[in-house]
Design a protein around this ligand. Structure first.
Ligand code: PXG
Length: 462
């Protein structure tokens, strides 16, 4: 067959895509009818599609392109590593330079005594590692019955069997007979949607105390760990009230269960520190990492674990690992990405300059007639769309109808801003400039105006 190129006509690309390529989280038939948007190039914060449109990427790909697109240093490092050692495994008592360097570098960056890294190819399989690791940890300590993991409804921890089970997405559980046994859920700290008449502070405490109630219900001697994202990403950028995390920490300490912070989105500068756990003072025993670790240039993830967990796991043969655990090319690219993040002071610039600027601008959208709560931490933000800011009412239309409308307007206005139900979310590359932030906000406001007008004209603004 003749391979198509980035310069092939859009219709040809779409037809071949529709014929053979199955897309994640997509109703294939519907997409194939209209054709996928073909992204052909990218530079900095900007995507180019096959029609020549330049699109501002307000989502950093899928929350991952932290250093922006088009960094040739990463390509050079990958090419060099492929020539020197394109692959070798880290099973059977072997190791290699990129994996050991990256593990050591991550130990340096990670807070507290998180000094040991088990590599995976992404976030889902890293969470599968975590699931087996915490159960093995307690088994090795003579408490094999401590095997229940508590998670939260509307959490996202990946799409493998383990990841889907640990996540709290009911639509995902419904496909494939999940979750697996031994996973329990508490409610999420989403004050806007679920806080009723409580203040955010009261609600944060109440939702954190559900963890204590769940531990007591399951039995302290049966609970292995609690897993949570510092800020829920895929669930709609849900930022917990300030009372939440200190109370979670208190409960985790009191009952001696392990705390897994899923940093797949929050890690590597997204919240204005290297890790979301630092921004929110979470002090986990294990952190899941992926995405920003390589800025998405190569698939790589992993678990950074404490001295104590590593010591206990190290006492047995942990029968777990992936062909690509510590893949040399992925590790080399991740190291180069970390070098750029550090040497160009990208995390500092986010914390001190661009994130405060984005916060001010993003929050200014709160005066839009359709926007209720606006939440932002570092470079991840969300706003709740509502027909009534005072009562925080949802729309009468099916959840996500207006959010989708708004996302379609963003698409048409060459801005990638996503919707989760009726929340609009952003997570731009960390290198976004103040000018680009202005463009993002202008396009977001225009899109909100257009979606609002459409909702009103279709009788849906209620
Ligand atoms: N944990 C978290 C917190 C994530 O956000 C994963 C684990 C899984 O990582 P991998 O690399 O296996 O995909 C993620 C991934 C969305 C969306 O629609 C978010 C993710 C993945 C796909 C879609 O926002 N996050």
């Amino acid at each position: 067959m003749t391979l198509l190129t980035a310069n092939s006509p859009t219709a040809e690309l779409q037809a071949l895509d529709a014929a053979h390529h199955m897309h994640p989280f997509t109703q294939g038939a519907g997409l194939n009818e209209k054709g996928a948007r073909m992204i052909t190039r990218a530079e900095g914060c900007w995507l180019t599609d096959s029609e020549g449109n330049r699109i501002l990427d307000g989502m950093a790909g899928l929350w991952c392109v932290n250093i922006g697109y088009g960094r040739r240093e990463l390509a050079s490092v990958a090419a060099r590593q492929m020539e020197e050692l394109p692959y070798y495994n880290t099973f059977f008592q072997t190791s290699h330079v990129p994996a050991l360097n990256l593990a050591a570098r991550l130990a340096e960056l990670a807070p507290g005594d998180l000094n040991h890294v088990f590599f995976a190819s992404g976030g889902s399989d890293a969470n599968d590692t975590n699931l087996r690791m915490v159960r093995t940890y307690w088994a090795e300590k003579g408490q094999p019955e401590k095997n229940v993991i508590i998670s939260r409804w509307n959490a996202y921890h990946g799409s493998t069997i383990g990841g889907t089970s640990l996540g709290g997405m009911k639509g995902m559980h419904g496909q494939g007979d999940l979750p697996i046994p031994g996973i329990e859920f508490i409610d999420q700290p989403n004050w806007w949607a679920e806080g009723g008449d409580m203040t955010p502070e009261e609600f944060g405490l109440m939702r954190a105390r559900q963890l204590e109630e769940k531990i007591l219900e399951v039995g302290q001697d049966k609970v292995a760990a609690f897993i949570a994202e510092p800020v829920q990403g895929a669930g709609g950028v849900i930022v917990a009230p300030e009372t939440y995390w200190p109370e979670i920490r208190r409960i985790v300490d009191k009952y001696g269960i392990l705390l897994i912070a899923d940093e797949v989105i929050c890690g590597f500068g997204r919240t204005g520190n290297w890790f979301g756990s630092q921004t929110l003072d979470i002090r986990p025993d294990i952190m899941t990492i992926a995405k920003g670790l390589s800025s998405g240039y190569m698939p790589i993830g992993g678990s950074i674990v404490s001295d104590e967990v590593a010591k206990v796991i190290g006492g047995t043969e942990f029968n777990h690992g992936y062909t690509y655990s510590g893949h040399p090319v992925a590790c080399a690219v991740a190291l180069e990405n970390l070098r750029i993040l550090e040497e160009e002071k990208i995390v500092d610039t986010v914390r001190d300059q661009t994130a405060p600027y984005l916060k001010e601008k993003f929050e200014s959208l709160g005066n839009h007639p359709m926007v209720g709560e606006v939440k932002i931490v570092g470079m991840m933000g969300s706003m709740a769309l509502t027909p009534n800011k005072g009562t925080r009412a949802p729309f009468a239309a099916d959840a996500g109808t207006i959010g989708f409308m708004c996302r379609e307007r963003c698409f048409a206005n060459n801005l990638v801003m996503r919707h989760v139900g009726d929340r609009m979310i952003i997570s731009p590359p960390l290198v976004i400039s103040k000018d680009e932030i202005d463009t993002l906000i202008d396009r977001a406001r225009t899109s909100l105006d257009e979606a609002h007008a459409q909702a009103v004209s279709e009788g849906l603004f209620a």
